[in-house]
Design a protein around this ligand. Structure first.
Ligand SMILES: Cc1cc2nc3c(=O)[nH]c(=O)nc-3n(C[C@H](O)[C@H](O)[C@H](O)COP(=O)(O)O)c2cc1C
Length: 400
């Protein structure tokens, strides 16, 4: 089988060097990558690096190898075009259909999915011209990854940093897997909760659970690759931030509730994949609880935590908002799942069986998605991303 053909466009931003790692990941995972840098990009990383790492020729202008008509052919044959970093200038050119070098010509001739990973100073990113260009590109179906917040070129920090290349690679992988389908969550805001809450007993101990957060992160990643603006409320995960996703870290169930309700105010969908503790210790000891040699330990009294899924299902922040819950069950999975769907009042409930070596921490999952309308969608054993895609398919059906 032919390798998928990826065009890696690199424009003239300080983050151009990070595209070398993206290129490495693409080639090592079996993609045929043609790097098309702009002339400005070559001030940052030279053509020799791009050519040696990709194993393909590199040019910036339409005037090289004219007999092969590269300004048309490269775009026509691509399965994916990703531009990382995409400068403010490149976004403006792409939005307005300019074609004064090989990369801008390629963007006009490509009929495959296009991913743009902007990186620039916060002022440039926030400028109304850039905002409008990004909106235009998104409206036309490009996946424009939100820049990360962090250290920029100089000593300053803010929004505008290129996300981690490993995470841009994940977006590319998801977009390639979906093919030429429209990014069907474009213009939508979705909220995903992930991880497991920790309910503190004292400054060093907590009651927690085994959730790794991987399923929630897969949901966030896949939604971003389908064009959504994503808020990920992450409880104690320690996983890298997915590219283009706004991550809100939380610790306890009460903090998770607050963050989810705030983010859900303008959300089209809320997916509660986090494992939220049902109970928390009634009291919190300000100092470490000491062992007393001659006495049994004091019992831990638990109190109920808020039922966030039931609350947001009953009190939708906006009409038509789709709410999805997860039910991790150890036994009688189906009956418990059906009862939970009714009790919680959500639109969809993803039911899966969990155990010490099942689901938690693993890269794979198997589930049944129960819907309030009575339908059931089985998702066979496979990567957590496959389950995430099915959840978004079902959410999109309900949004439209
Ligand atoms: C040191 C340096 C760093 C730059 N970093 C960025 C950047 O991160 N993002 C950006 O939009 N422009 C950046 N620029 C400005 C672009 O290089 C400039 O707009 C150029 O015309 C972009 O050309 P291109 O879009 O054809 O690559 C930088 C310029 C310099 C000199």
């Amino acid at each position: 089988m032919d390798k998928p053909k990826v065009v890696l466009g690199v424009s003239g931003g300080i983050a151009a060097y990070k595209a070398c790692e993206l290129l490495r990941r693409l080639t090592e995972s079996g993609h045929d990558v043609r790097v098309v840098p702009t002339a400005s990009a070559l001030h940052f990383v030279g053509a020799a690096t791009w050519s040696a790492l990709s194993g393909n020729p590199v040019s910036t202008e339409v005037w090289d190898d004219v007999h092969e008509v590269p300004h048309v052919r490269i775009g026509q044959h691509a399965d994916l075009v990703v531009v990382a970093p995409a400068t403010a200038d490149m976004l403006a050119k792409a939005a307005h259909g300019l074609a004064d070098d090989l990369l801008t010509n390629t963007l006009l001739t490509a009929r495959c999915p296009v991913v743009l990973a902007p990186a620039m100073h916060t002022e440039m990113w926030e400028h109304p011209a850039t905002r409008e260009n990004v909106a235009t590109l998104r409206r036309r179906g490009a996946v424009v990854i939100e820049p990360a917040v962090g250290r920029l070129t100089g000593v300053d920090t803010g929004k505008g940093r290129l996300p981690d290349p490993a995470e841009i690679f994940e977006v590319c992988r998801r977009v390639l897997a979906r093919g030429v389908r429209e990014p069907d969550l474009a213009g939508r805001h979705v909220v995903v909760s992930a991880g497991g809450t920790r309910e503190p007993l004292d400054p060093v101990r907590f009651l927690g659970n085994r959730s790794s957060g991987k399923q929630g992160y897969a949901l966030a990643r896949t939604a971003a690759a389908r064009g959504a603006r994503v808020t990920l409320v992450a409880a104690n995960t320690g996983l890298p931030d997915p590219a283009g996703v706004d991550v809100v870290p939380v610790g306890t169930a009460v903090q998770l509730r607050e963050a989810v309700i705030k983010a859900a105010a303008d959300a089209d969908a809320v997916v509660m994949a986090a494992a939220v503790a049902d109970f928390r210790p009634e009291t919190y000891a300000a100092g470490k609880i000491k062992k007393k040699d001659d006495k049994d330990p004091d019992p831990i009294v638990l109190v109920r935590n808020p039922d966030i899924l039931a609350e947001i299902s009953a009190d939708r922040a906006r009409p038509g908002q789709v709410v999805v819950g997860f039910a991790a069950e150890t036994d009688d999975v189906l009956a418990n799942g059906r009862a939970k769907l009714r009790r919680k009042g959500c639109d969809l409930l993803v039911v899966n069986e969990v155990g010490e070596r099942k689901t938690f921490g693993s890269e794979e999952n198997e589930a049944l998605v129960l819907a309030a309308d009575g339908s059931e969608t089985p998702v066979p054993h496979g990567p957590k991303e496959a389950l995430a895609e099915t959840v978004w398919d079902l959410v999109v059906d309900r949004l439209s």
